[in-house]
Write a protein that binds this ligand. Structure first.
Ligand SMILES: [Zn+2]
Length: 460
């Protein structure tokens, strides 16, 4: 029940009423038919009013008279906006090709030459416009981007996200290890790169129109092999000085894990921790080869993991321990990992996370008996995948997004099921709310995303 006395409708910017889904916890979803969500002047949720609440009818009438109410239609569903925890914006032109090589060769042959093109703002600008627009159109309201080593064009990415209204976390990539990075694509000088990163943090924080921090700078060491120990510790100092997010790749493949062991004698997690890079704002992409100690350490500091299931199938050499990580209570969400995987859709990442866990559970070798073929009880379900795509991603970022609760930011999408668009079909006679949510995860495409709001502003 909501107390109307505390609501001043003059301070309500808009109200949406419709059938809503969200996940308050990892294994629990709520379906609320005709939920009324009131959004305040700042774009935050002021109240969620159930259709069982006797106050709803009067609110609907009053808001409707003020021209602030949008009523969703049958077949339209209101969901929290999707969170993409790991996307390489400059690799967007490469999406959908070049997945024939292992990680090291893929980087050297395809990715580094492309990323180096971003020394030109003229090259960067249209690509960054397109990747941000494309993610938005797919329902991604929060995106965590790696850019390239170039500060200026990375600032173009930050400005672009701000103009388009996408909640974004943007990082200038750092890589200075001459043994691992090609001469044409590495920092000329470690100290200059650190100064550039510090300038980038200040410039993004002071962008005109960014007073509320819709776009945030992220300290971004590419991964352990590309950085010298000096670079890592100086970046760690910046994380602490500015209290900003940090993103990197963590124990992604056999090669990456072995590199850390051979050169540092410990795991990636320990290396990041020693450098002062690991805290509750860290986003660790992949995190395939984690030890028990790594998992305990990630959990203890409240860092989070970006699970990128499709990319893992091409580059990780092993399957993600998604089930164990969810059960451990470690914060975990999903990433598209463009262009280590081709799809810009976090619905697709959620679907792939379920499939990935099912293949892991069943195993793959037909010559083994069934009880030795896979990893027992490894599966995750569609509710857990949707949670990772929304609230789980929000938790990783320490951001009040991914749920419909008072004081959360109103970042939301409308998914429409209709015979005339995409492949998503709902049969009211056969489909329970759980079925509908599962179908949305499996079948929703860009065409089904009809509206997008970020911080209460309609962006699609
Ligand atoms: Zn990546």
């Amino acid at each position: 029940m909501i107390n109307l006395a505390h609501l001043n409708l003059d301070q309500i910017r808009l109200a949406i009423r419709g059938d809503a889904f969200h996940c308050p916890s990892a294994n629990d979803f709520q379906f609320q038919p005709n939920l009324l969500i009131l959004v305040d002047e700042h774009g935050d949720i002021a109240a969620c009013v159930s259709d069982q609440d006797p106050a709803q009818a009067a609110l609907v009438e009053a808001l409707s008279q003020q021209g602030k109410l949008q009523q969703l239609q049958a077949g339209q569903y209101l969901l929290p906006g999707l969170v993409d925890l790991h996307c390489h914006a400059p690799q967007w032109p490469q999406a959908g090709k070049g997945l024939d090589l292992p990680l090291y060769d893929w980087l050297q042959n395809y990715t580094f030459p492309l990323e180096n093109r971003y020394q030109s703002n003229e090259f960067a600008q249209p690509v960054y416009q397109d990747v941000s627009r494309t993610l938005l159109a797919n329902g991604t309201t929060s995106a965590v981007y790696f850019a390239s080593i170039h500060r200026q064009s990375t600032e173009v990415l930050a400005q672009t996200c701000l103009q388009l209204g996408q909640r974004a976390y943007v990082g200038k990539v750092n890589m200075d290890n001459a043994e691992q990075c090609p001469e044409f694509y590495r920092e000329a000088d470690t100290d200059a790169a650190i100064a550039d990163t510090e300038a980038f943090i200040q410039n993004v924080q002071s962008l005109a129109g960014n007073q509320h921090g819709l776009v945030r700078p992220v300290v971004t060491p590419r991964f352990v092999p590309s950085c010298t120990p000096m670079m890592l510790s100086k970046l760690g100092a910046l994380v602490q000085k500015y209290d900003v997010h940090m993103q990197t790749h963590c124990s992604e493949s056999d090669w990456a894990r072995d590199y850390a062991l051979q050169h540092f004698g410990c795991s990636d997690v320990q290396i990041y921790s020693d450098a002062g890079l690991l805290n509750n704002k860290s986003v660790l992409a992949h995190s395939i080869f984690l030890t028990e100690q790594d998992i305990a350490q990630i959990k203890q500091v409240g860092a989070g993991i970006a699970h990128c299931p499709l990319s893992n199938m091409y580059f990780a050499n092993a399957a993600m321990q998604t089930r164990e990580l969810l059960d451990s209570g470690v914060q975990i969400g999903l990433g598209s990992d463009i262009a280590g995987a081709p799809s810009p859709s976090i619905f697709r990442a959620a679907f792939d996370a379920v499939s990935h866990s099912r293949v892991r559970e069943e195993g793959v070798d037909v010559h083994l008996p069934a009880n030795q073929r896979g990893s027992a009880n490894a599966r995750i379900n569609f509710v857990e995948a949707f949670w990772m795509a929304t609230a789980g991603g929000g938790q990783v970022l320490d951001s009040a997004v991914g749920q419909f609760q008072p004081r959360y930011h109103f970042d939301a999408i409308v998914v429409e099921a209709s015979p005339f668009i995409g492949n998503l079909r709902i049969w009211p006679e056969f489909d329970s709310p759980r079925d509908i949510l599962e179908k949305i995860v499996c079948l929703a495409q860009k065409e089904n995303v009809k509206q997008v709001w970020i911080q209460g502003q309609q962006r699609l």
